[in-house]
Design a protein around this ligand. Structure first.
Ligand SMILES: [Zn+2]
Length: 283
């Protein structure tokens, strides 16, 4: 006679439950795996994710090597000056095709707002499209690129936010001049040290925000204008305004390019004697 009938019955029930449980676990396993994969895919779209693949890193450095190797001793330099694709990948594609069909262009620049919200997917879409260019391209950071973790993604994908390079007889100093979204003042000391170092060369400064607009207060604006005048900077290239504009001040030509998102960019040809031809292109 079983002295523990209740215990034995309970044990049998437990065994039955475990078998059924195992059956349900096995039944639900594929669904659980699919669900977890789905969660992982959802996490891929986190606005705070930073996972730039190796092939997309150090883009500025790679393109600078191309500029150095391809622009040796030219009589003129032609730049496709672009900015502000934001989220319009259709027009970005058209601008890339337009640049590729013009064999006079030596290199392209995209002066910021290469993303709308600073999320990695936007940077990747931009990078994939710009990869199709047959000429090298350089970028400046825009105010929209600072959103979310955009600054870190930009740094990983492109490199330094302030840098300068030589394209034939032209020295271009790329300057991060975002005040509001970066929560810091642009590094004017760095800008002046670069200008001092390359004083006497044909100089251009390229940045997202033109000095005569919103983010510059009157003190910073004067500071910028004085630096341009003091070091006889010939060109000051900008985006952000989404419209083409030319202005001359104290010997510096301020060129604001129209926005890629509106199907616009600017062609600039600079000759050795610093004669300049500028034309807005619509795609
Ligand atoms: Zn902007």
């Amino acid at each position: 006679m079983n002295a523990f009938p209740f215990t034995q019955k309970a044990y049998s029930c437990l065994q039955l439950f475990q078998k059924r449980h195992l059956f349900y676990v096995l039944l639900l396993l594929p669904a659980t795996v699919t669900l977890l994969q789905g969660c992982k895919n959802m996490l891929d779209f986190s606005p705070y994710e930073i996972r730039v693949v190796d092939g997309d890193k150090n883009t500025t450095l790679k393109n600078l090597i191309d500029v150095e190797n391809s622009i040796l001793n030219p009589d003129s330099i032609t730049i496709a000056l672009t900015a502000d694709p934001h989220y319009n990948y259709n027009n970005l594609q058209k601008v890339v095709s337009s640049i590729n069909s013009n064999y006079q262009i030596d290199f392209a620049m995209c002066l910021g707002d290469i993303s709308e919200s600073g999320i990695q997917t936007e940077f990747e879409l931009f990078h994939a499209e710009m990869d199709k260019l047959v000429v090298p391209y350089l970028t400046a950071i825009g105010n929209h690129d600072y959103r979310s973790n955009g600054e870190d993604i930009y740094y990983q994908m492109f490199g330094q936010l302030n840098y300068s390079f030589k394209a034939g007889f032209l020295r271009i100093i790329v300057f991060d001049d975002i005040f509001w979204e970066s929560n810091k003042n642009p590094d004017f000391d760095w800008l002046e040290s670069e200008l001092k170092q390359y004083e006497g060369e044909l100089l251009a400064v390229a940045s997202h925000i033109p000095p005569d607009t919103d983010q510059f207060d009157s003190v910073s604006r004067e500071q910028y204008y004085k630096l341009m005048e003091k070091y006889q900077v010939k060109y000051s290239f900008h985006g952000h305004q989404h419209s083409f504009n030319l202005k001359e001040k104290d010997g510096t030509l301020y060129v604001n390019t129209g926005a890629i998102m509106k199907g616009k960019y600017t062609l600039i040809t600079i000759y050795k004697n610093s004669e300049t031809k500028i034309k807005e292109i619509t795609v």
